[in-house]
Design a protein around this ligand. Structure first.
Ligand code: GLN
Length: 532
């Protein structure tokens, strides 16, 4: 049986529980341990796939096609864990299972209740991931904030879980906030005391506190927190703001978080090998040789989290080139005929990310037109590829009002169309083309130059596809179809012949990029943008 670390959060949301969980995984992996991470989300949606990005930020897709919380992206970027649907459970998923069982009569006449039936199902979900072969530690992040009504069954489940196991087999880490009150010039510990107290009411005693703070707090503040929260003083960890998220594991390491966890869980680890992360990731981010400006043209630009993996993958592309990527966020709804030349004049590269719905489409098409006509390196992702095809069809092939059937069902030139399989679908949740699919890359193309291989696998999340009926016509005008699904023959990557670097893909390369192993397309895109 592996050891279990449960991570909860208090005081306010958005303190970075996911990053804390990912950082701890990184530290433990650096000590030679085999780690996995999962997230329990207390909302009632079965998965975040049906949620608007403004509500929930990015939907992160795993190889097996699960639409998951964006924290899973942090888990995969920081560590070598491979995640599946099992690594993200929600209240909706748990209730769905329990209600289905009830309908089948599996509870044998019992009254089905939150305790024990819902809590049992949660524990089962946790144990299922814990049963992975040769796993040393499973980190379980509980979403939301202590005190939320929705989170209670999860907290109750992990309380029971710790009780059912030996003390050294489970531990609780609580992430909290030590706010700085400017007028009093003081850092306040009371919210943390309340939050840890709230956890104790539920029957959970935190073993370690990760205290987020803008400024370091004093030893006496640490003592006070320890005393009032019933934790050892050395287990009060300062979660000081850092200049890059990739520095969080190093900041924890300096405070011996890994050593303290190993001791608490009675685990033996090897000598830490975290140095390469410091040299090859953090130091490179902090000391770039130059800057490259990349415009990201999307409709959820105002929201920090909506294109999380894309922003991170751009940073990784920067690391691979030892430069800083300055991201210029452009709201596609504000791009029009009168301003688009001015908007893109000073950028080095243009990226159009994925998306759904008509809003902002014409602005994206104009941005792509600019990139194509002005030799700006361009990377189109999912809807970014679909709009690149529309732009090419309209402006190069002269197909007036060419469009995707997502936006115009009656267009004479449906260059992007609905897959046959998708036509009969009525339910919205979990029914897109999801997860990893193979793609074959044509030799002597820009894609091949980037990947340096011909067989790749990339993750998808879309309903619409390139309409192969138009392939020959577009090809004749200089579009290259450089990536094709070997089984279905669907188009996965397109390029433009007479352009320094114009690549658009139907899949989401950003999901497989890591800080110390930038995705080839992001690396290549940044390299090309540097040359501009
Ligand atoms: N809306 C498009 C589709 O469903 C693109 C989806 C995306 O960009 N993820 O095919």
């Amino acid at each position: 049986m592996p050891k279990y670390i449960f991570i909860t959060g208090g005081v306010v949301s958005s303190l970075g529980k996911g990053l804390a969980a990912a950082s701890i995984a990184k530290l433990l992996e650096a000590r030679g341990l085999n780690v996995s991470i999962m997230k329990c989300d207390p909302y009632i949606n079965v998965d975040p796939g049906t949620m608007n990005p403004f509500q929930h930020g990015e939907v992160y897709v795993t190889d097996d096609g699960a639409e998951t919380d964006l924290d899973l992206g942090h888990y995969e970027r920081f560590s070598s864990v491979k995640l599946t649907q099992d690594n993200n459970i929600t209240t909706g998923r748990i209730y769905n299972t329990v209600i289905n069982k009830e309908r089948k009569g599996e509870y044998l006449g019992k009254t089905v209740q939150v305790i024990p039936h819902i809590t049992d199902e949660i524990k089962k979900g946790i144990k299922k991931v814990g049963a992975q072969k040769s796993l040393d530690v499973l980190i379980v992040e509980i979403g939301g904030t202590v005190g939320d009504i929705e989170g209670l069954p999860f907290l109750e489940a992990i309380r029971q879980f710790s009780l059912e196991n030996k003390r050294e087999d489970t531990m609780f880490i609580h992430l909290t906030l030590i706010p700085y009150i400017k007028s009093a010039d003081e850092q306040k510990t009371k919210p943390t005391q309340h939050s840890v107290g709230k956890l104790r009411e539920i029957g959970i005693q935190a073993d370690m506190l990760l205290c987020r703070c803008e400024k370091p707090f004093s030893a006496s503040a640490s003592e006070k927190i320890a005393l009032f929260c019933n934790v050892h003083k050395e287990d009060v960890i300062q979660g000081l703001d850092v200049s890059t998220i990739y520095e969080v594991p190093l900041s924890f390491k300096k405070q011996d978080v890994d050593k303290k966890i190993l001791r608490r869980l009675r685990l033996k680890g090897k000598k830490s090998k975290i140095e390469s992360w410091e040299t090859n990731v953090v130091n490179v981010i902090k000391n770039p040789t130059s800057t490259v400006k990349i415009a990201v043209v999307g409709k959820y630009i105002t929201l920090q989290d909506a294109y999380k993996s894309i922003y991170e993958a751009l940073t990784h592309g920067g690391i691979a080139n030892r430069v800083k990527v300055e991201i210029i966020r452009i709201d596609s709804e504000n791009v029009n005929e009168s301003n688009y030349r001015e908007l893109f004049k000073s950028v080095d590269g243009i990226l159009v990310p994925g998306g759904f719905g008509t809003r902002g489409i014409e602005g994206k098409i104009l941005s792509i037109k600019y990139a194509r006509e002005n030799n700006r390196p361009f990377l189109g992702i999912c809807l970014g590829m679909q709009t690149a095809v529309i732009e090419f069809a309209r402006n190069v092939c002269g197909f007036k009002n060419a469009n995707s059937m997502e936006f115009n069902m009656k267009t004479k030139y449906p260059v992007i169309s609905l897959m046959e399989k998708q036509k009969s679908i009525v339910n919205m949740g979990g029914t897109m083309r999801l997860g990893a699919y193979a793609c074959k890359i044509a030799p002597k193309t820009k894609a091949h130059q980037a990947y340096k291989k011909t067989a790749i696998s990339e993750r998808h999340r879309h309903r619409f596809e390139f309409n192969s009926e138009f392939k020959n016509k577009l090809e004749a005008k200089g579009m290259i179809f450089s990536g094709i699904n070997p089984k279905t023959k669907l188009v996965e990557i397109v390029e433009i012949k007479d352009h320094p670097w114009f690549i658009a893909c139907q899949f989401h390369p950003e999901f497989q990029s890591k800080p110390d192993k930038a995705h080839p397309l992001f690396k290549g895109f940044v390299t090309a943008s540097l040359k501009k």
